[in-house]
Design a protein around this ligand. Structure first.
Ligand code: ADP
Length: 649
């Protein structure tokens, strides 16, 4: 027999289970039954390709055995079991999912006291270790499916930091977990009481697909003949009772299912420990018959925005599992939705290839899309805070939906978009923006940048704000991509305030400004030419601006791609080398004192070196305002220092 020590993390988690948690402890049963059900799932899956694994039979079951004399409760299953190494690997370390997240959350919260623990424990699956909340000592006997009888394993621990493990004979495949109950769990929690156990199973584990059985005593009443003479004494018999209905939750009436049951199902089935933002149960009849139970998560899975994330819904046929993560059941952009679809219209051994081309699947997918979008719209209109939280996590997926499928989804999705804006404290919809538009505003203005602060500083904002117009802040890099598809909303074009002419003025104002600008430009023609020469290769033109009020300079993009798009492409590995450059124009504010200074220097000496330095500084400055790094930051800094030191002299 080998005596071993738990890994440090596991020991801490055990300490927590043993010493800190006194409420909600009954969930240990849900956790152990859930592990048993997973173990049977795993065996069934493996047996598809290796039938020999089922040589001990395929009547799957989970069994509870309360033993009042020994003061133990045993939970056993005839699932996949574990080998010696697997026991060390799986039980000696904190596994993935639940336990680990729970543990990390508890450790982050320095005041991991009893209250927090009790709160968290409801939210997370805490796995096998929860056994130590109710037991002083836990013993596992297990044998892996396919392993010979003498390769069973016995493992035991009192949760004190060490455990023992040994090889032993185990008659049948599967796992048996014996809990040596703490005294108060027998007296107060009644964990050996038949009715209490029945209640716990039906409360927490009713939807488990395999029967959870227990031997119970039943009394058969005495029988009498017509004269009242007892012909058969009353009798007590031991009978197997199935404690869970096994009826999948989605096939039950919505009104019969409690919130808690939905959440337990969500947790158990998808190993998700967040609170679903919405739960959608829906039925389809007609072309295809189906029932679907969908969950919109509230937390973003850590790998959601990576290629490792596997989307799709589980597919069942008349309550029999066909496959997991069936991608064709839901549009790609709604990949964050979790759920199951049960339809009698598929055959059990349908292959993935056939499924891919199944018209029925695409009908289901379209219907579910409608339902999900309707539910999101409802959330947006009726529970804005919840929607905002959803949006902050999954908004990008919705935006990706706008430009996917050749823009076909635009009409369905545009009202779900939220943006920061110059006028609203809270995130705003396009509809709300349009409703606030003054009558003389014809376009929806947006500006792109890293964050709200850097957009507020864009010089063009002044001119738009001056007119009393609102600007949407596009702080997500994909926002601008999206507008190439969005283009208009309620017939109002979306307009980037940093690109081209803004058209804010009335015709007369425009004419007057333009004339003034032309006059100044003619007067300064040679100065502007000189500046352009100094910035050759960087800008296509240097001109005077009629859009700036307080700022000295700005960059506008001429024809072609915008500055933001240039940045996005440059950062996309696929395009980085060949990325096209935006056609940049440097605009100078003729009313700014820097312009006067430039003119003075030029008039004194058109060849002055200073003009070159100033041109470079002004250009870099305009880039910085756009959130773009100067090409040569060191040179930029040195030029500024040189100028500053001149002033100081
Ligand atoms: P989780 O279930 O979140 O992975 P647990 O702590 O509950 O974490 O279990 C750790 C691991 O131990 C499981 O992933 C599984 O591999 C193994 N395990 C637990 N219970 C059983 C069981 N009844 N049969 C087979 N393996 C089990």
């Amino acid at each position: 027999m080998a005596k071993k020590t738990f890994k440090a993390e596991t020991k801490q988690l055990l300490d927590l289970m043993i010493n800190s948690i006194y409420t909600n402890r009954e969930i240990f049963l849900r956790e152990l039954i859930s592990n048993a059900s997973d173990a049977i799932d795993k065996l069934k899956f493996k047996a598809l390709t290796d039938e020999a694994l089922l040589k001990d039979g395929s009547d799957f079951e989970i069994r509870l055995n309360p033993d009042k004399e020994a003061k133990t409760l045993t939970i056993s299953d005839n699932g996949i079991g574990m080998t010696y190494d697997e026991v060390i690997e799986n039980i000696g370390t904190i596994a993935k999912s639940g336990s680990k997240e729970f543990f990390e959350k508890m450790m982050k919260d320095k005041e991991a006291d009893e209250k927090n623990a009790a709160e968290f424990i409801g939210q997370f699956g805490v796995g096998f270790y929860s056994a130590f909340m109710v037991a002083d000592r836990v013993k596992i006997r297990t044998r892996a499916a396919g392993a010979p009888e003498n390769e069973g394993v016995v493992w035991e621990s009192a949760g004190d930091g060490t455990y023992t493990i040994d090889k032993t004979d185990v008659e049948k495949r599967g796992t048996e977990i014996t809990l040596y109950l703490k005294p108060d769990c027998i007296t107060d929690m009644q964990l050996l009481d038949r009715y209490e156990l029945e209640e716990l199973v039906s409360h927490y584990s009713d939807f488990i697909r395999y029967p959870v059985k227990m031997m119970v005593e039943n009394t058969i009443p005495e029988e009498k003949d017509k004269d009242g003479k007892v012909t058969k004494e009353k009798e007590t018999v031991l009978e197997d009772k199935i404690l869970n209905s096994m009826k999948p939750i989605w096939s039950r009436n919505k009104s019969e299912v409690t919130d808690e049951e939905y959440k337990d199902f969500y947790r158990h089935t998808f190993h998700s420990y967040d609170e679903p933002a919405d739960i959608i149960q829906t039925k389809g009849e007609g072309q295809v018959e189906y029932t679907a139970l969908l969950f919109i998560p509230s937390d973003v899975p850590f790998n959601f925005y990576s290629s490792q994330f596997e989307r799709g819904l589980a597919l069942y046929c008349k309550q029999v599992f066909i496959m997991d993560k069936c991608k064709e059941l839901i549009p790609e952009y709604l990949g964050f939705v979790k759920g199951v679809v049960d339809s009698p219209d598929f055959s059990l051994n349908i292959s993935r290839e056939i499924l891919q081309h199944s018209a029925q699947l695409s009908i289901i997918s379209k219907n579910l899309e409608k339902k999900i979008l309707a539910s999101l719209k409802y959330m947006l209109e009726n529970d804005r805070d919840k929607y905002v939280k959803f949006w902050l996590g999954f908004g990008r997926a919705i935006k990706a939906g706008i430009y996917s499928d050749f823009g076909m989804n635009k009409d369905k999705l545009q009202d779900l978009l939220l943006f920061d804006s110059s006028k609203s404290e809270e995130l705003t919809t396009l509809d709300e923006y349009v409703k606030r538009m003054p009558e003389n505003q014809k376009e929806i203005y947006f500006a792109t940048g890293r964050d709200k602060a850097s957009i507020s500083a864009i010089p063009q904002m002044e001119a738009v704000a001056d007119k009393g117009f609102e600007v949407l802040y596009f702080t997500d890099k994909i926002d601008e991509f999206m507008t190439t598809v969005l283009a208009t909303y309620k017939e109002k074009p979306l307009k980037n305030i940093a690109a081209g002419d803004l058209n804010l003025d009335t015709d007369e104002e425009k004419k007057a400004k333009e004339e003034k600008r032309k006059e100044q430009e003619t007067a300064s023609k040679s100065l502007l030419e000189t500046l352009k020469k100094h910035l050759a290769g960087e800008v296509s033109d240097v001109r005077l601006s009629s859009r700036l009020k307080n700022s000295a300079v700005c960059i506008v993009a001429g024809e072609g791609i915008s500055l933001n798009m240039e940045q996005v492409l440059a950062e996309t590995p696929m395009y980085a080398m060949t990325a096209p450059k935006a056609n940049k124009i440097l605009e100078i504010n003729p009313d700014h004192k820097i312009f006067k200074k430039l003119t003075e220097i030029y008039d004194a000496d058109p060849e002055s070196e200073k003009l070159k330095d100033m041109a470079e500084i002004l250009y870099d400055q305009a880039l910085l305002i756009e959130g773009i790094q100067p090409k040569n930051p060191v040179k930029f800094a040195n030029l500024i220092s040189d100028m500053l030191s001149e002033i100081a002299l």
